[in-house]
Design a protein around this ligand. Structure first.
Ligand code: DOR
Ligand code: ZN
Length: 348
């Protein structure tokens, strides 16, 4: 039995850090284990311009505790008013590593997102030309489409037409939750990849709803049927370079989760590496964990792999994680997988 594993230091290719007191509270949870992360731009107001991204990057680095190293990889929030010249300059300077597409209304702070995809055609053409990845929240917002079908319908109605109309556009389907998402990624031999979250490898919609509603398991895209969770596990553990980790760790204070209309988001920054070791061991795929967390992402983003390493160690006793992180904005509940976990990142 394998009880120790050395990996290149992982990166998180989809992370919400927020701002202010929340940023201050949650950043160490990611920086403790991860070298870099793609930082989601859905602040209020959103990170739209290169200047916004530079300022936000400065606030993230200022919130980093002394002695920790972490590189925020900045993204811009695509709006119908995004200026291709500003985006081109922000990418050329190395500041911005991707652009995030939220269909308007799809999720938290997405109202500034895109309603009419024809209005962003020029931006997408520029991105294809310069090779800047488009990170896509892949759900339709049509009220007539059932929430459990919104990802699959998005692929057919929106994503595939965009990709066909914009040859060379490099796309990351964020947080895929369905077998259709995984199959669509596999159908392309270039310019398409997907992130998979930790929590979607662990929970299905029963965990969210059976025996009582569990607000800390509510996220978007919502967890689907068990067959989809198994398809995501197969994709993540396959070693296929088109799949890599993006936790979508998304902190909300407890009062905004535990209420009549709770926010979407699972906070997994604290225990993600332990949970992934558990999942990959269950799937007999510990040898693929490094590809998923540390190799496939940098390769797709055309960035160097991290040279530093971390060690994961499996002990005899379950590891205990804090139930909550206390931030200046309020308490944030740490994702509870619902089973004991024996893997932990060694404090070397
Ligand atoms: O669960 C989610 N939370 N999904 C998203 O797409 C957004 C995120 C957030 O910002 O809270
Ligand atoms: Zn997200």
């Amino acid at each position: 039995m394998i009880t120790e594993l050395a990996l290149r230091r992982p990166d998180d290719w989809h992370l919400h850090l927020r701002d202010g007191a929340m940023l201050q509270g949650v950043l160490p949870e990611t920086a403790r284990h991860f070298a870099r992360a793609i930082i989601m731009p859905n602040l209020v107001p959103p990170v739209v311009t290169g200047a916004d991204a530079a300022a936000y990057r400065g606030r993230i680095l200022a919130a980093l505790p002394a002695g920790m190293t972490f590189e925020p990889l900045m993204t811009l929030y695509l709006t119908e008013g995004t200026d291709p010249a500003d985006l081109r300059a922000a990418a050329a300077s190395g500041l911005v590593k991707a652009v995030k597409l939220y269909p308007a209304g799809a999720t938290t702070n997405s109202h500034s997102g895109v309603r009419d995809f024809d209005k962003v055609r020029g931006v997408l053409d520029t991105m294809a030309e310069i090779g800047l990845p488009l990170c896509v929240h892949g759900e339709v917002t049509d009220p007539a489409v059932d929430i459990f079908d919104r990802e699959a319908v998005f692929i057919d109605r929106v994503l595939d037409p965009i990709r066909r109309a914009t040859p060379g556009l490099r796309v990351v389907m964020e947080h895929i939750t369905t077998s259709q998402g995984a199959d669509y990624v596999r159908s392309a031999d270039r310019d398409l990849a997907a992130t998979i979250t930790t929590h979607h490898l662990i929970i299905n919609r029963n965990h969210l709803l059976v025996g009582g509603i569990r607000p800390h398991y509510y996220c978007l895209p919502v967890a689907k049927r068990e067959e989809h969770r198994l398809a995501l596990r197969a994709a993540a553990t396959s070693g296929d370079p088109r799949f890599f980790l993006g936790t979508d760790s998304a902190p909300h204070v407890d009062p905004l989760k535990e209420c009549a209309c709770g926010c979407a988001g699972c906070f997994t920054a604290t225990n993600t590496m332990s949970l992934l070791a558990h999942v990959f061991e269950q799937e007999n795929a510990l040898d693929q964990l490094e590809s998923f967390t540390s190799l496939n992402g940098p390769a797709y983003y055309r960035l160097p792999m991290n040279e530093a390493r971390i060690r994961l160690v499996k002990g005899d006793a379950p590891v205990s994680f804090p139930d909550k992180i206390q931030t200046g904005a309020g308490p944030v509940t740490v994702f509870d997988p619902g089973f004991p976990v024996f893997w932990q990142v060694a404090q070397d």
